[in-house]
Design a protein around this ligand. Structure first.
Ligand code: X2X
Length: 358
């Protein structure tokens, strides 16, 4: 008995020695932060990622999405700090909310910088795939936060209770809600408006009470799920900037995953990127977003955003390249000032990436 028992016990001890540390390092739940609601394109993208991870790791990695900026009590520009210190495990974060700490992330917020290209989506993809994208990732990782992949909130369009808007003078004196990121104050001041920095968690109250005349957010990602027509009748499609999303994690949380699980997380991030971009671009591209969403059986209720917002009584102004150029010229001083903040090298690299893609 004794002789038989000993080797078995030894084997069990050895096995537990090898198996235990990896298992023990995993948390029961990983918190993933998202600023807007669960029904926003951004919230749906986060949920998609969490579900894919759970499925492909057989439940070993359990990520729970916390929407509504609840992990930072509404203060969206604190998110990076909380991911860095480990209060938040993962974030699907907007460059806008992290740019106060990472100056380089103001790149795609340079007014009309991406939109002033023949194909704005191609231009965005070219930045992410190019040298400038690598520079952005490096800047994020310099803060000791792990970058896992890209997502997309979308091009930010203007919604207002007054309008329509087709030239800068039409916006004169309007009180507009923006998030608390400095470049926004500069852009909207240059356009002659009166920008109000309000956290997203309090913005809807501001719309309800008529404290502001409008706001800017992506059509599919935010404006439609929010039913922005409840307060604003004018939708100005000027594509003035784009809001890429950064799927990130706390560095230690990342380091503690096994090599095989890191690979799975990266694969799930790639799939999330495709899903997130398709949600953001649906109805604004050549139809490939709809085809992709069909192929993964994830077509949302609204597939024709222009039809939906028109049915809800919104007046839509679609900017022509000439109109974009007029606004581009009106915001030159902002690009000049912020190119210095971002770094002229990075801005030049992005210009070259966008040009090469066309
Ligand atoms: O605050 C916003 O407008 C939002 C939800 O789009 C961001 O978090 C950048």
């Amino acid at each position: 008995m004794k002789r038989l028992f000993r080797p078995a016990l030894l084997t069990a001890m050895c096995l537990s020695l090898f198996a235990a540390p990896a298992e023990a390092a995993y948390k029961k739940e990983y918190k993933l932060s998202v600023v807007p609601s669960a029904t926003s394109g951004w919230g749906l993208s986060a949920t998609y990622f969490a579900e894919q991870v759970k499925k492909r790791t057989d439940g070993r990695i359990n990520i729970k999405v916390y929407p509504g900026a609840q992990l930072m009590a509404g203060k969206q520009t604190s998110e990076l700090l909380l991911v860095r210190n480990g209060s938040i495990d993962f974030a699907l974060a907007s460059t806008i909310n992290w740019s106060p700490q990472v100056k380089e992330l103001n790149l795609t917020a340079l007014p009309f910088f991406v939109a002033n290209n023949p194909d704005r989506y191609k231009a965005m993809d070219a930045i992410e795939a190019g040298k400038s994208g690598q520079m952005l990732i490096k800047a994020v990782e310099k803060t000791k936060v792990k970058f896992i992949g890209w997502g997309e909130n979308g091009f930010r369009e203007l919604t207002t209770s007054k309008g329509p808007i087709s030239k800068p003078a039409d916006m004169s004196g309007m009180k507009l809600r923006v998030c608390g990121t400095p470049i926004f104050i500069d852009i909207f001041s240059a356009l002659g408006t009166n920008p109000q920095a309000i956290n997203w968690s309090e913005a809807v109250t501001g719309f309800q009470q008529g404290i502001v005349d409008g706001q800017e957010n992506p059509t599919n990602g935010i404006n439609i799920p929010l039913q922005v027509w409840t307060w604003h009748k004018y939708h100005t499609d000027w594509h003035y900037m784009i809001d890429p999303l950064l799927l990130t994690s706390n560095q230690k949380v990342w380091n503690d995953f096994s090599a095989a699980d890191k690979k799975i997380l990266e694969e799930c991030a790639k799939d999330m990127e495709k899903y997130s971009k398709a949600l953001s671009r649906l109805g604004f591209d050549d139809g490939s977003s709809l085809e992709y969403l069909k192929s993964i059986n994830m077509v949302p209720a609204v597939t024709d955003p222009y039809k939906t917002i028109a049915e809800k009584g919104m007046n839509v102004t679609k900017f022509t390249p000439e109109m974009i150029k007029e606004f581009y010229d009106a915001t030159q001083s902002v690009r000049d000032k912020w190119t210095k903040e971002i770094g002229a090298d990075l801005v030049k690299a992005a210009e070259a990436d966008m040009k090469a893609a066309h």
